[in-house]
Design a protein around this ligand. Structure first.
Ligand SMILES: NC(=O)C1=CN([C@@H]2O[C@H](COP(=O)(O)OP(=O)(O)OC[C@H]3O[C@@H](n4cnc5c(N)ncnc54)[C@H](O)[C@@H]3O)[C@@H](O)[C@H]2O)C=CC1
Ligand SMILES: O=C(O)C1=NCCCC1
Length: 377
């Protein structure tokens, strides 16, 4: 690629290609790829995924304004369709960096703005030149929600059998009805069988607006009942799965709010100044904690009131699912490699930057790609 102006993909262009099957497959692939490859189990692998821990820059002295830089490099990989194992494509490498700002007071502005804004920068990995810039805000929201969906599939449903995510109806509570909460609510209804969807927000009116909107858009045949709740306890007391995405500095949910004896899974997505501030320590004391990525967890979860049991990718690979009655927490850190895999997938649709993404096999085989070394997995 020459020194021409980088390609720019705006929010509309990105939004057009986002769909749950696409994003979920990419995120699941990435969660597995993130698991540190063991030299003994993968002696032939020459693929290389490098995701250093992300950096934080405080923007001024006021809290709540942060710039994250999230670099990642995936080297010498090929994407293989599980339908035709061994049919690995020519290997390639991708170098990128996501820049995200999180300004938590933005929704209170007039007019309101989202708290999170993101862009993805893609580089030519031979020359280091900037090749493309992609609006990454929706990508970030979808990726984050998808990580919760995949974590729920493996950490909750799979306790009940290999088809449970298709067959079993669940009660879901959404705590925090901002950008993340809204997409979590819609996505859980779109991807799973939800009997009861309870919504709780600090301002009840916001939960009510979302409840009305969801009830309107859900199919009239839908089994889902949606309710705006006036406390976290009301929202969570019968929930099988809880998704919490606020900026709360103090815990919003306590152990006493859970229907704990029957098994509960919590996607802990949001954060105050501390990632795990949304859930009370007494929940962590009773729960098993899983993360997307140890690299960020080791750096950012200092003081977590419980040990980390595993990365979600390890559970996907080992099929060593939690027990039916356990409380599990997916501590969602955000891992750029997850976005990067999304990016690589999406760019196939744009049919650009072929240097990075000549994997037209995606179009032929669907999105069954698995990151692997050139000689096979
Ligand atoms: N894990 C990850 O990869 C990602 C995490 N996040 C995090 O998710 C959280 C939410 O992000 P957005 O939805 O974009 O923010 P947002 O500002 O759009 O929404 C936050 C919502 O939480 C509500 N809220 C605040 N405190 C509350 C409390 N104590 N009880 C109930 N509701 C409360 C607010 O009223 C608001 O509706 C943030 O902490 C953000 O940093 C965002 C993107 C990715
Ligand atoms: O993109 C991510 O990952 C983020 N994680 C934490 C909050 C900001 C965005």
């Amino acid at each position: 690629m020459s020194s021409s102006t980088p390609a720019y993909y705006n929010a509309d262009a990105v939004r057009q290609v986002l769909s749950w099957p696409l994003v979920n497959r990419a995120v699941e692939t990435a969660l597995v790829a993130i698991v540190k490859q063991d030299a003994e189990t993968h002696p032939q692998s020459t693929s290389f995924a490098c995701q250093p821990k992300r950096s934080f820059t405080a923007c001024g002295k006021e809290p709540g304004r942060i710039l994250f830089t999230m670099p990642a490099y995936v080297g010498n990989y090929s994407l293989e369709s599980p339908k035709s194992p061994g049919d690995a494509q020519q290997s390639r490498s991708t170098l990128a960096c996501k820049l995200v700002t999180s300004f938590r007071e933005n929704p209170a502005r007039d007019p309101p703005l989202p708290s999170i804004h993101a862009h993805v920068l893609l580089f030519d990995n031979q020359t280091g030149q900037l090749s493309a810039i992609m609006e990454g805000t929706d990508l970030t929201t979808w990726r984050t929600v998808s990580a919760s969906l995949v974590a729920t599939k493996y950490l909750y449903f799979r306790r009940f059998g290999s088809q449970a995510e298709l067959e079993r109806s669940i009660n879901v509570a959404i705590v925090g009805c901002g950008v993340q909460g809204q997409l979590h609510a819609a996505a859980f209804c779109a991807n799973f069988r939800v009997k009861q969807l309870n919504l709780y927000n600090r301002t009840l009116a916001k939960a009510q607006v979302l409840a009305d909107e969801l009830q309107r858009t859900l199919d009239t045949e839908s089994e889902t009942q949606v309710k705006a709740c006036s406390s976290a306890h009301e929202a969570c007391q019968d929930a099988d799965v809880i998704c919490i995405a606020t900026y709360a500095k103090e815990s919003v949910i306590q152990f006493a709010d859970l229907k704990a004896k029957q098994g509960v899974h919590i996607n802990a997505v949001g954060a105050g100044e501390v990632h795990f501030s949304e859930l009370a320590p007494d929940i962590y004391h009773q729960a098993k904690v899983y993360v997307d990525c140890y690299t960020n967890a080791e750096a950012e979860l200092v003081g977590l009131p419980a040990p980390i049991t595993a990365e979600v990718g390890q559970i996907i690979l080992s099929e060593n699912y939690p027990k039916e009655t356990e409380i599990t927490i997916f501590q969602s850190m955000g891992a750029f490699l997850l976005s990067l895999l999304n990016y690589m997938t999406i760019s196939v649709f744009f049919k650009v930057i072929l240097k990075f993404t000549s994997h037209c096999f995606y179009l032929r085989h669907g999105l069954g790609g698995r990151l692997c070394g050139p000689g096979g997995s």
